[in-house]
Design a protein around this ligand. Structure first.
Ligand code: NAD
Length: 324
């Protein structure tokens, strides 16, 4: 019997379907809140949330497949997995709409100061006459025009916003198909009223939005990061908000998670924080659960799992008798 280690908080929590899928295919399930080396040695597969799976952990494990419960793979040592012939799968599009909807929510939270006025009313009984802005006619700048960037752009257009995109890996034609204007990064930062980040975290994007980039933004603009912590220099952000260089920011992802108690972000004005809940809807969790389980089931049935990130592995698997 093969064993699947589950290290993600939301697996099988709201419906037993993904658990049934694994059990009905003869898998034994192990559950853990953390990446325990002993359990990694007992597991043939892992369904992994955002915990960091290091090269050393992979090397000392008995894992044959790593199924990420989500799309980012910055928490997995991909090179080590690839060297060892272990496929790493993701669940693309499972949470795309959920994240895009959160971005739209955050746009309104920022534009109408919803958290501030709520807190003033509840905590100080202050019936504030806060004045906000309409989003109609404002410019939304999307950095990273992949799955979530596109869904966010579509929703921005529905709200009557002008939408700009910066993504050097997506062609002008594709961006135009979405009725979005392709611009360079500087133009996007200088022109947008709302800048929304939808990039992967890698060596090129780490600290891509730092002091210089924030200074290019309008004083009235807002920065939204629902992608990955580490893309924005958090110290530069705090400084910019304290000095009123931009009007506000909303962050769902952080350099260190969970956000440490002494994080500089807690003492920052005009900053809305959410605890990495972009994908936390019943719909997205269901899709991620089922896709990750199916990848594990397929792999042990010698069927090539969908959405393998380390594509170098695919040829090797086909040579080992895996079928499409
Ligand atoms: P995606 O791969 O579909 O899109 C990413 C886009 O970023 C691609 O189009 C790529 O070309 C572009 N890109 C890469 N490097 C770039 C650069 N230097 N400059 C500009 N563009 C660049 O990914 P996605 O599904 O849209 O996810 C986007 C981000 O959101 C990822 O970081 C992902 O981890 C994160 N995410 C967060 C949550 C959450 O809970 N907050 C949930 C899901 C995904």
């Amino acid at each position: 019997m093969k064993t699947v280690l589950i290290v993600t908080r939301t697996f099988g929590k709201y419906t037993s379907e993904p658990i049934d899928l694994l059990k009905n295919n003869g898998f034994d399930l192990l559950w853990s809140d953390s990446l325990n080396p002993d359990l990694l040695r007992r597991a043939d597969a892992i369904i992994l949330g955002t915990g960091k799976l290091t090269g050393e952990m992979i090397e000392n494990s008995s894992l044959k497949i790593i199924a990420r419960h989500g799309v980012g793979v910055d928490n997995v040592d991909l090179k080590k997995a690839t060297d060892l012939g272990i496929p790493v799968t993701i669940t693309p599009n499972a949470n795309t709409v959920s994240v895009a909807e959160l971005v739209i929510g955050l746009i309104f939270v920022l534009s109408r100061r919803l958290v501030d006025v709520h807190n003033e009313l509840f905590e100080k009984r202050k019936f504030s006459s806060s004045v906000g802005i309409e989003v109609l006619g404002k410019t939304l700048g999307v950095i990273g025009f992949g799955a979530i960037g596109r869904e966010t752009a579509k929703r921005g257009l529905c709200l009557g916003m002008r939408v700009l995109a910066y993504d050097p890996y997506v062609s002008r034609e594709v961006i135009h198909q979405y009725s979005v204007e392709q611009v360079d990064l500087e133009t996007l930062l200088k022109t947008s009223d709302f800048v929304s980040l939808h990039l992967p975290l890698n060596q090129t994007t780490r600290k891509m939005i730092g002091k210089r980039e924030i200074q290019m933004m309008k004083k009235t603009a807002f920065l939204i990061n629902t992608s990955r912590g580490g893309i924005v220099d958090e110290n530069a952000l705090v400084e910019a908000l304290k000095e009123n260089q931009i009007a506000g920011a909303a962050f769902d992802a952080f350099e260190v998670e969970p956000l440490p108690e002494d994080s500089v972000l807690y003492n920052c004005p005009k900053l809305i924080l959410t605890p990495h809940i972009g994908a936390h809807t019943y719909e997205a969790i269901y899709r991620m659960n089922m896709m990750a389980s199916q990848a594990v089931v397929d792999f042990f049935n010698k069927k090539l799992p969908q959405h393998i990130v380390n594509v170098e592995i695919v040829d090797r698997l086909l040579k080992q008798g895996f079928s499409h």
